[in-house]
Design a protein around this ligand. Structure first.
Ligand code: PLP
Length: 284
């Protein structure tokens, strides 16, 4: 696989980052995941916008222009022959040459890494036909989940705990309400209303969420942005998640309780279809 590191395209075995890199010793960095369909990038602009917000929030200099990111992403997709899959991008505060809690001088160059992952069947995903089983777990992450940092240990632990219980993923609960999934935003449907938590520091502002809510609005579906409890979710008509790699994915079980019919619901299926069709058409 060819990967990108600070302006160079290298075989993965030759791409090396310092042991002092702030990303490695402090999890001091941010990332983005952009999906690829038909060899093209899905919602590149949305992900660029959020990358800038994450970098700004951490006062990490944005080392590349939008065009430079776009060129790097396209180059990686092409060199690695990706038809369906992902581009992962990480920008860290770079290598200060030693370990220190204080940030290094502002002229320290950030480290930029990008690589692809081939995922055939991303659009025609069999999981969309069976749906996901979710368990709820306490949300023990830090307080700025709106910044997409590479500090992913708790979500990773929660995912493992969910798998140990025979589920596919976890929804995280804080003060009695669901914040989001380990790596996705959470939704329920009650009657004709799609309900998903409002934006705040408590959740990542999903780029897929933004697009899906816009499409729901255009399709005259009603949307309520508010918190919901696990009990409300268990008695909902449907439940689903969104993320750049899962698109819209139905949830059929929460803590062992079937949601609605216990099968993927029609609204989640419709939103998935609209999202994939529309974003495919706009891919660059
Ligand atoms: N919430 C969390 C915690 C995530 O990690 C992610 C994606 O990685 C999302 C939500 C979904 O965001 P997006 O739709 O931009 O992929």
């Amino acid at each position: 696989r060819t990967v990108y590191l600070n302006g160079d395209y290298l075989p993965e075995a030759e791409a090396r980052v310092s042991v002092f890199d702030r990303g490695f010793v402090m999890a001091d960095g941010v990332y983005e995941v952009v999906s690829v369909l038909d060899g093209k990038l899905i919602d590149f602009e949305g992900h660029q916008a959020r990358l800038k917000r994450s970098l700004d929030a951490l006062e990490i200099r944005n080392p590349l222009s939008d065009d430079e990111y776009l060129t790097a992403f396209r180059e990686l997709v092409q060199r690695n022959g990706i038809d369906e899959g992902l581009v992962y991008l990480q920008v860290t505060r770079g290598n200060p040459g030693d370990r220190d809690f204080a940030y290094p001088p502002a002229d320290t160059p950030p480290t930029v890494v990008a690589f692809t992952q081939s995922k055939p069947g991303l659009a025609d995903n069999p999981a969309a036909r069976t749906g996901l089983k979710i368990v709820t777990l306490p949300d023990e992450r830090w307080g700025r989940r709106d910044i997409k940092t590479v500090q992913l240990l708790y979500p990773s632990m929660a995912k493992m705990a969910a798998k140990a219980q025979g589920a596919d993923d976890a929804w995280l609960v804080q003060d009695g309400t669901v914040t989001e999934g380990t790596s996705n935003n959470a939704y329920i449907l009650r009657g004709n209303t799609i309900i998903t938590r409002e934006l705040s520091h408590d959740i990542l502002h999903g780029i897929t969420r933004q697009a899906v809510l816009r499409f729901a609005d255009e399709a005259q579906m009603s949307v309520e942005e508010r918190a919901f409890t696990p009990d409300e979710a268990k008695s909902a008509d449907e439940a689903f998640i969104t993320s750049a790699s899962a698109f819209v994915m139905p949830v059929v079980e929460i803590d062992g309780t079937p949601v609605g019919s216990g099968k993927p619901g029609p609204v989640a299926a419709r939103l998935r279809e609209i999202y994939i069709d529309e974003m495919r058409r706009r891919a660059i």
